[in-house]
Design a protein. Structure first.
Length: 275
């Protein structure tokens, strides 16, 4: 069972990374509107790859525990940089890969410190309103700050905003899949996901894929953990050892993201864009 879970989770991470790299290769300062990107075959192919990766990750959870499958999702960052480099026809830089490995290790450590929740998650109407309002407030704040910083930092902040909204989506999805839910949740769940998709394309258009993807990978699970604890009653790390480990893992992930930003943007693509 665990072997199948590991294989499916790693394959899902690869598909997710490939999809993100394909979509980023189609974005640019003049190509961020979803209505325009949706007409580009490579961007649509990337969306299909992201969907396949998500489906494989969910399937992996049927064959292995959350504590085994979730950390393997961090491997998508290690896959994403080589995929993006291959699309640009250049080799990934060692400093980028080292920084990405630090982010992946930090994310893995964070996930491993969060206790598994065995109860059925429940979310009432006011809880859903609080979740959506909280995610929107944080995302809008990051969006406002992103307009005053450098392009690299802007990409990271926009991706963090997308990660916050995806984390809210993950929280709603967990209630829909594993808990007691109301039909109106089906209408609420796509709202933050669509907003996150648009913000993520703007983050990719800033030109530093590694920073944007790393920021997304950090913000998404952290947001889901916070919302899970505050609104669904899921446990947080307890005890001095677990708390210190979580803080150290978070610091490692943050340092890795900063190190990625300091590597500078990768070379521009030399291949013609798909029409």
């Amino acid at each position: 069972m665990s072997v199948a879970a590991v294989g499916l989770a790693l394959l899902g991470s690869l598909f997710f990374a490939l999809g993100a790299a394909l979509q980023q290769s189609e974005t640019g300062p003049d190509r961020v509107a979803l209505r325009h990107l949706a007409r580009r075959p490579r961007w649509l192919l990337g969306g299909l790859a992201v969907g396949a990766g998500t489906a494989l990750h969910v399937l992996a959870l049927r064959y292995g525990p959350l504590t085994l499958v979730q950390p393997l999702g961090a491997a998508s960052l290690l896959f994403a940089l080589p995929c993006a480099a291959a699309l640009r026809r250049h080799r990934p830089r060692p400093r980028e890969l080292a920084a990405a490995a630090a982010v992946a290790a930090g994310l893995t450590g964070l996930v491993l410190t969060v206790p598994e929740h065995t109860g059925d998650p429940r979310l009432g109407p006011w809880g859903a309103v609080a979740l959506l309002a909280g995610a929107a407030t944080v995302a809008l704040g990051l969006l406002a700050v992103s307009r005053r910083v450098s392009p690299t930092a802007r990409g990271g902040l926009l991706a963090m905003a997308a990660g916050v909204l995806y984390g809210a989506t993950a929280t709603l999805t967990r209630v829909l899949v594993d808990g007691a839910w109301e039909p109106w949740l089906l209408l609420a769940a796509p709202l933050p996901a669509l907003a996150a998709l648009g913000l993520l394309q703007r983050a990719y258009a800033c030109g530093h894929f590694g920073v944007a993807f790393a920021s997304l990978q950090v913000a998404d699970p952290l947001t889901a953990v916070v919302f899970g604890a505050v609104l669904l009653g899921e446990p947080l790390p307890t005890g001095a050892t677990a708390t210190l480990t979580a803080l150290a893992a978070a610091l490692l992930a943050a340092c890795g993201t900063v190190a990625l930003a300091r590597t500078g943007p990768p070379p521009a693509a030399h291949v013609p864009q798909a029409r």
